[in-house]
Design a protein around this ligand. Structure first.
Ligand SMILES: *[C@@H]1O[C@H](CO)[C@@H](O)[C@H](O)[C@H]1NC(C)=O
Ligand SMILES: *[C@@H]1O[C@H](CO)[C@@H](O)[C@H](O)[C@H]1NC(C)=O
Ligand SMILES: *[C@@H]1O[C@H](CO)[C@@H](O)[C@H](O)[C@H]1NC(C)=O
Ligand SMILES: *[C@@H]1O[C@H](CO)[C@@H](O)[C@H](O)[C@H]1NC(C)=O
Ligand SMILES: *[C@@H]1O[C@H](CO)[C@@H](O)[C@H](O)[C@H]1NC(C)=O
Ligand SMILES: *[C@@H]1O[C@H](CO)[C@@H](O)[C@H](O)[C@H]1NC(C)=O
Ligand SMILES: *[C@@H]1O[C@H](CO)[C@@H](O)[C@H](O)[C@H]1NC(C)=O
Ligand SMILES: *[C@@H]1O[C@H](CO)[C@@H](O)[C@H](O)[C@H]1NC(C)=O
Ligand SMILES: [Cu+2]
Length: 660
């Protein structure tokens, strides 16, 4: 803590002189709205644009495709983050000595990052968000759950759990924090009535009615969980009453924190934790065990990269969940008396399609083992894998063998791309992809941005702010963008994208110009809805990619119209709430537009899916040379087109109803 003494005096002075600042109430039902105004932290990089993208237009960054670029400073280390509006990323850190950004004279641990200018606004958070979790609700609010006790220097437990120096943080173990994202710099975190139990390292997953389920966690933290402090329960927000016990969380100690959880199109949850897996019918509270996951532990601290693959008309929106890397430690090996940081991470990728099969599939092998890899779904249907290390695990501690405090080492600086449409064995590529210069170890995060670039931030495998010569993995504030292969291509500029999507209902039309389509590529145009989710600990909780069904009408002048279905008539395919919509032509996405899915909180309106027009392309212009015939091209119906053709492939999968 070399900086501690230099700031101690000014902080103490501030502590004495800020007695007038509002004090949060401690009552369980109190709602506290922060009135703090944070400072704006200028970045090192000059802003290159000021307009937020809105679905049309072209990207304005000058980044080089396939390369990373350091673009700014997150103010607080980006342990957790999400995209709140097209122009704002909200960042949460644990409470620590973030010297460059203060709120009310104390180090901030929340910030609002402006994507157009790469500047941040400090945000008052109240309680310690250390290893909390979050999600968006059906009404567009974001909620953040749990965390740790109030701390002082070095992450040690503070004497006061209700504010005061040096960090003025409250106990966050039961905290529920809500934010309504905004573009005008006025929104703040609001603290709601707390949960009834403590949750450090819980998971959160959005549900069909716009509420969320909060799963697991432990009470007091540590490298892994143990029976004395396990919280083997779930609860809901908004609350549906007392927590409900969940056997898989009782029986998968010790590596059962941040249980990996996805809502499946069947309406059940897939839960994977330590070596265990199950289907959980949360509506009836019934658990259906699945075979153990092969090869490795994918939950924290093994921290494999995980994602639900694109849900598309071609696979009839059938979920397949992919797990890559992690570590193959057995339950008795999560002890710190051996050199974990040097232990090779796992390199296997396995998948499961739980609504149709209870069998694990060995998908592929990574070019190198990876812990804390993170999947970001790109609008061209590929998955970008970034961040993490080649050896060790997530977590940190004061151990002689740790790298500084880091339990991982050998950062993997070169990303990978996974294309689920290619045959098994050919899905991975890193051809032409540049490397980052910034190790993104424990407490890193990543997000898809509206312009199709990937925002990467965080890394801090330390108990408190730690930088300086000889610190291999310091507290990292530098933000980066990765510019995928399509970044500098001329983007389609679709007209007619809706600002809301329903479950079923009438299709809508999207117009694409000849320039957008570049030689009738409308047969290769699709409409993609992406929910980026809540990024933390090598996961993006709630991340989803859903392709809408569509047909097309091509015009003789090379322009065309996409006829686009609403979401399938099933909220479990993409629960209600905010998302981005992209039109992709031949793999090149438009800028993302903001879209609200569903009808807010509560039971969703579900309508029959309206029929799509048959696809049609103009006949080639007739050859009039020497014939004297007509020269007017005629449109002709050509049937269902490619979408229908591939959609039928799913019959070949032999759909099996499981657990019904
Ligand atoms: C969304 O719902 C939550 C839970 O009921 C509520 O606290 C929040 O204020 C709502 N947000 C909006 C924007 O209505
Ligand atoms: C997509 O729409 C076409 C045309 O209406 C329809 O034939 C097809 O069944 C739909 N695909 C799926 C997966 O629903
Ligand atoms: C797609 O899934 C829906 C809902 O499960 C089902 O009704 C439909 O028959 C499926 N379509 C095909 C082509 O398998
Ligand atoms: C580490 O500790 C565990 C549990 O206490 C013990 O079983 C194991 O033998 C120890 N390993 C080493 C290398 O000391
Ligand atoms: C870290 O470990 C060293 C050596 O074991 C010890 O001297 C020191 O007090 C420890 N620091 C903390 C903060 O526990
Ligand atoms: C679209 O979503 C917004 C935000 O939730 C809502 O206020 C509006 O009523 C919705 N419009 C329709 C047509 O559903
Ligand atoms: C559609 O995409 C495929 C695969 O990239 C390509 O081979 C084909 O030429 C494209 N068709 C049109 C009309 O652009
Ligand atoms: C058009 O028809 C003429 C006469 O049959 C033929 O010579 C010419 O190659 C054709 N042009 C094209 C573009 O097919
Ligand atoms: Cu953590």
């Amino acid at each position: 803590m070399p900086m501690a003494l230099t700031v101690l005096l000014p902080l103490l002075t501030l502590l004495v002189s800020t007695t007038a600042r509002p004090q949060p109430q401690a009552e369980a039902t109190a709602t506290y709205l922060a009135t703090a105004s944070g400072s704006i932290l200028p970045s090192g990089a000059a802003p290159t644009n000021t307009a937020a993208p809105s679905g049309t237009g072209q990207p304005t960054r000058d980044g080089t495709v396939n390369q990373f670029q350091i673009v700014g400073n997150s103010g607080v280390s980006a342990q957790q983050m999400f995209l709140g509006t097209l122009n704002k990323v909200y960042i949460l850190d644990k409470t620590e000595e973030n010297l460059q950004l203060q709120v009310d004279g104390f180090p901030a641990w929340g910030s609002e990052y402006d994507l157009a200018t790469d500047t941040v606004r400090g945000m008052f958070v109240l309680s310690n968000t250390f290893c909390a979790a979050g999600a968006s609700l059906g009404n567009g609010s974001w909620v953040n759950f749990g965390g740790n006790q109030a701390v002082t220097w070095g992450g040690l437990t503070a004497a006061s759990q209700t504010g005061g120096g040096p960090y003025d943080d409250w106990d966050g173990g039961q905290a529920v924090r809500l934010l309504d994202p905004c573009d005008d710099g006025t929104c703040e975190w609001v603290n709601l009535a707390p949960m009834t139990t403590r949750r450090w390292y819980p998971s959160v997953e959005p549900l069909e009615d716009g509420s969320v389920i909060v799963l697991g966690g432990d009470e007091w933290g540590g490298y892994v969980n143990d029976a004395s402090q396990n919280n083997p329960t779930i609860e809901f927000f908004p609350s549906r009453g007392a927590p409900i016990g969940l056997n898989i969380l009782l029986n998968s100690l010790p590596a059962n924190l941040y249980p990996l959880t996805w809502l499946l199109p069947s309406g059940n949850l897939l839960i994977q934790t330590n070596w265990a897996a199950e289907i959980y019918d949360y509506k009836a509270n019934v658990e259906y065990p699945l075979p153990n996951i092969p090869n490795a532990v994918r939950t924290y601290p093994g921290s494999g990269a995980t994602a639900m693959l694109p849900l598309t008309p071609a696979n009839n929106w059938t979920a397949t969940v992919l797990f890559c890397g992690g570590t193959n430690l057995e339950p008795d090996q999560w002890v710190t008396n051996w050199t974990i940081a040097a232990y090779p991470a796992d390199e296997s990728c396995v998948s499961i399609s739980p609504d149709i099969s209870s069998t694990w599939t060995y998908d592929s092998t990574l070019p190198e083992g990876r812990t804390m890899g993170q999947f970001i779904m790109l609008p061209d249907s590929t998955l970008f894998l970034t961040n993490g290390g080649g050896t060790g695990t997530a977590g940190y501690g004061n151990d002689t063998w740790a790298i500084g405090h880091s339990y991982a080492d050998n950062p993997v600086l070169t990303p990978l791309v996974y294309d689920p449409r290619l045959p098994a064995g050919n899905r991975w590529s890193r051809q032409g992809l540049g490397s980052s210069t910034v190790p993104r170890m424990y407490h890193s995060s990543a997000l898809l941005l509206p312009d199709g670039s990937v925002f990467v931030a965080g890394s801090n495998p330390n108990p408190d702010y730690t930088v300086g010569a000889g610190v291999k993995y310091p507290t990292e504030y530098r933000t980066e963008r990765f510019y995928p292969w399509y970044y500098s291509s001329r983007r389609p500029e679709p007209q007619g994208l809706p600002s809301n999507l329903s479950y079923g209902g009438e299709p809508f039309d999207v117009q694409l110009s000849a320039q957008d389509l570049q030689n009738n590529g409308i047969v290769n145009a699709s409409v993609i809805v992406i929910r980026g989710g809540f990024s933390t600990h090598a996961m993006n909780m709630g991340q989803r990619f859903v392709q809408l069904n569509s047909t097309y009408t091509g015009n003789t002048d090379g322009s065309g119209t996409l006829h686009v279905s609403q979401l399938p008539p099933n909220p479990a395919i993409l629960p209600p709430g905010p998302a981005m919509v992209f039109v992709t032509v031949g793999g090149v996405p438009s800028l993302g537009a903001f879209v609200m899915v569903g009808s807010g909180m509560g039971t969703q309106q579900v309508l029959p899916a309206g029929a799509l027009k048959a696809s049609s392309m103009p006949l080639p212009a007739p050859n009039t040379t020497g014939s004297g015939g007509g020269n007017v091209a005629v449109s002709a119906a050509m049937g269902g087109g490619v979408e229908l053709g591939v959609g039928l492939l799913v019959v070949g999968l032999g759909l099996v109803a499981l657990m019904l």
